[in-house]
Each structure stands twice: as C-alpha cells, then as structure tokens.
Design a protein around this ligand. Sequence first.
Ligand SMILES: [Zn+2]
Length: 218
Amino acid sequence: MGNSMKAAVVHELGKPLGLEEVPVPQPNENQVLVRIAATGICHTDLHAAKGDCPVKPQTPFIPGHEGVGTVAAVGRAARGVKEGDRVGIPWLHTARGHCPHSRTGWETLSGAHGALVTAESPKAFEQAFDRLRSRGTMALVGLPPRKMSPPIFDMVLKRITSRGSIFGTRQDLDEALAFAGSGSVSAHFSWNSLESLNDIFARMEDGKIDGRIVANLQ
Ligand SMILES: [Zn+2]
C-alpha cells in the first residue's frame, strides 16, 4: 500500500466534501490496516457530514463505516486476522462522534406479527405500524434525527409491543457476513463512485435512493 490514499473529507459540517489524497494511517499495535475495496454510503454518513447528531463530530474527518476490503498490515498485538484476509468493518469502532446506524432503505416483515423499521423516516414507521396485527411487535432500528410521536391511541387498542434494537457489534457483523456468504440474503444495492459522493448525499437527502449505494474503490 502506498503512502497516500483517496478519501472524501468533511472539513466543515454541512458543506460539500472534498475528494483528496490523504496520508494512509498507520495501525497501532492493536489495530489492523484495511485496504477498502467498497463501502456502503449510509444516511449516518450524511448525518455526520451535516452535523445532525446531538454530538457533533470533530472536523476534519472521513465518513464511511460500511467498508469491506483486505487486511494490508497487522499491528503487533492484533489477533484473529492476518495480512491478505478479506474482512468487513463493524460500524461501531468508537461511539464518540458517530450517530448510530440508520439506513436509507426500509423493510417491513410481511408476517404482520412483527415489523422491523430500519429506515429513519417517520413514513416508514407509519407504514410498518399500519401492517401490524393486534399484539404485534414493532422493532425500531433506524434513528430519525427529529422526535417522532408514536400513535399511542392505536398502540393501546392493538396492544402493540415496541422495542428499540441497536446493533453493530463484531458478532452482528460475523453473522451478517455469514448470511450473505451462504446466499441466504441478497442486498438491494447499486454501484457508484466516491467521486459522486456529494451528488449521492443530495439524492439521499431528497429520499431518491432505492436501497444502498456502494462506492467501488477498486
Ligand atoms: Zn450505516
């Protein structure tokens, strides 16, 4: 790996990102360096770039938390991976400066015993809720930047259970990669380039992205 890498950098919250060459970070003894092959572009990245979260990230920073790639260097004390391994990055390296995960797509389970809301839009919540049967369970994953008012009247009448679910642990990632590797799930996504990031963010903000856009960095 060379000394520099291409990156989209947030220098000022709410402003377009600059695409530039930056130094390749050196892993400390407990870290590994990963050459990123592709990364999903998430609404969480947009929130971070705009500073939508209550805790503002410090600039400059490089968004992106859905990378997959190849281990390029391994710190002296790092265990479990070796150079050349294909790996995926869990989103939660450190909670500081990051919004929790949200997605631009949304799904509801069509067994209306349960509904899973992964989108951050109130509309997705309403649609999922409307499909729930009495005594159904609503699992909330996506995090709207603004407060939402749950339909308490209907929740009481239908005896709905609602619970939040945060994820992003290494075990979650292991299981997700195993699901994907076995062909049990297929991702709804399209390829794009890092150079289009500001345009992708604009479309994301307008709610015009269907599924996930993945930046191809190879
Ligand atoms: Zn994400």
